[in-house]
Design a protein around this ligand. Structure first.
Ligand code: UDP
Length: 325
């Protein structure tokens, strides 16, 4: 019998990491999931534990990473990913994408593995070019509240490129735009779980500023497909993966109220510092190079996501605290 190729996925117990674990198991790989469980939750991967093709390492990738045996691919998805998280755990946010990426690139080099790192639309900061093309260098405040995330991800891209050019490591860089779906953390402060949670609890929806800022939301299955294709491609420059369907936060809140049938109000809270005014991926590259584009409409994706949040137990729904250990 042929042995399965092995894939290491960091951030495996998180929202995106857990969906990637599912996908690689489905594709016939043997998956090693790694997570320090600061923001991840074992519940997201509990269903994989009985599977012989899945192993879990409880480890912080900011420290030296040791994995015995061969590795074909490494996907680095460990990182806090919401503005509230960056404020609460700024040092860990910086370390996981800087020291953590360095450790994983070193691992990729010794294992002769291909590594894909999860970068972000935040490298564009509060963008002055719209929609955002990969060639745009961004408008980032290094010392603002988002700086710890944005600059760590920019460093991640730089060191990944350096390992590619200097050590010939096979690298891939995905720039992920706002993504949503089941297994998002209900209380991570991001807009979609915030609004759906509020709708389910009977609270007013907290719109920041006048809600005229825009985002473009991609359903998780579409994102995973794009990442899978990028990993398998031979393209080493950064690629945007996201859904170009752009909407204002106000209109988004209204969609959530309609979907949930809630009759609460929208209340306006102060806009956080450096909150990007507009964001929309230009996906020309992904279309051309990967033959990829999103398939799931916001209406379909939101329905699935709402059903997921509705199915959570009441205790989870009303839990306000973040789980930082
Ligand atoms: N937002 C909001 N109400 C909330 C949470 C977020 O209006 O309760 C806004 C936030 O100011 C931002 C947008 O929704 O403009 C998306 O925020 P999120 O934290 O999801 O991610 P971002 O794209 O800003 O990193």
């Amino acid at each position: 019998m042929q042995t399965k190729e092995r894939v290491l996925i960091t951030g495996a117990a998180g929202f995106l990491g857990s969906h990637l674990c599912d996908r690689f198991i489905k594709e016939g790989y043997s998956v090693i999931g790694m997570d320090n469980l600061i923001t991840g939750d074992l519940k997201n991967i509990a269903h994989l534990f009985p599977n012989a093709a899945f192993e879990f390492y409880h480890h912080d990738v900011s420290k030296f990473v040791f994995v015995p045996g061969e590795l074909r691919y490494i996907l680095h998805f460990a990182s806090p990913a919401s503005p509230i998280d960056y404020l609460k755990i700024p040092i860990q946010t910086l370390k996981v994408s800087s020291l953590g990426t360095h450790n994983l690139l070193g691992l990729a080099k010794v294992k002769n593995a291909r590594i894909l790192v999860a970068s972000t639309s935040e490298v564009y900061g509060d963008p002055l070019v719209h929609p955002q093309v990969e060639e745009y260098w961004g408008n980032v405040n290094p010392v603002g509240p988002r700086g710890v995330y944005d600059e760590a991800k920019r460093f991640m891209e730089a060191i990944t490129m350096a390992y590619h050019t200097y050590h010939q490591v096979e690298t891939r860089i995905v720039r992920i735009f706002n993504t949503y779906g089941p297994r998002m953390r209900l209380n991570d402060g991001r807009v979609l779980p915030a609004f759906i949670g509020q709708a389910l609890r009977g609270e007013d929806l907290t719109m920041f500023g006048d809600g005229s800022q825009t985002r473009s939301f991609c359903y998780v299955d579409d994102l995973v497909e794009g990442i899978y294709r990028l990993l398998k491609s031979d393209y080493t420059e950064p690629v945007n993966i996201g859904n170009p369907s752009e909407i204002t936060i106000k209109a988004f809140a209204e969609e959530i109220l309609k979907l949930t049938g809630a009759n609460q109000k929208l209340i306006s809270l102060p806009l956080p510092k450096d909150d990007p005014k507009q964001r929309q991926p230009d996906i020309t590259k992904a279309k051309k190079l990967l033959g990829w584009e999103p398939k799931v409409s916001r209406a379909e994706g939101l329905k699935i996501t709402y059903d997921y949040f509705k199915s959570l137990d009441k205790e989870e729904l009303f839990k306000k605290e973040h789980r930082f250990v």
